[in-house]
Design a protein around this ligand. Sequence first.
Ligand code: COA
Length: 137
Amino acid sequence: MGSEISRAAVVDHDAILELHHEAGWAQSRVDGEVWVARENGELVGSLQFEELPCGLLFIRAMVVRADSRGRGIGGRMLDEILETRLSDWWLECRDERIPFYSKHGFHVVQEQVIPAAVRELVRPRTDRRQNFMHRET
Ligand SMILES: CC(C)(COP(=O)(O)OP(=O)(O)OC[C@H]1O[C@@H](n2cnc3c(N)ncnc32)[C@H](O)[C@@H]1OP(=O)(O)O)[C@@H](O)C(=O)NCCC(=O)NCCS
């Protein structure tokens, strides 16, 4: 059976945080515009994004439950959410995720052309490379 993608409800908060923790994001928050994927009524994925004052959209905390990955849920969730807004989408990801996001229309942007408003949203890290990716409408 296919997954259903919809806006999150307030009661989904704890289940979403649990997905974040499973992904290793100890400090995460559920905020911005939050969407979820359900399978047989069970929450198996979530994605949140925020709209910057300049109109750009920034995706954060996209995750699918570990035992449900690799079956297209994340890709469908991302595509459906991208369809909801005609705007420039941005995200930051680790090297291993570049192929996934490239498949969904994003491309890696050089450091010099990342908008300051986007750069400021992401805490600089030294433990891995930070790739900023952009998708134009
Ligand atoms: C990134 C993530 C959300 C993708 O969700 P998903 O439901 O696995 O996505 P899809 O199934 O649509 O696509 C995953 C791709 O990896 C491949 N894959 C195969 N087995 C996989 C597995 N066990 N786990 C993840 N990906 C797998 C899929 O075949 C697919 O490649 P393809 O599009 O070339 O076929 C999910 O892997 C995840 O939650 N990872 C941990 C959290 C994370 O890194 N989030 C992104 C932060 S930038």
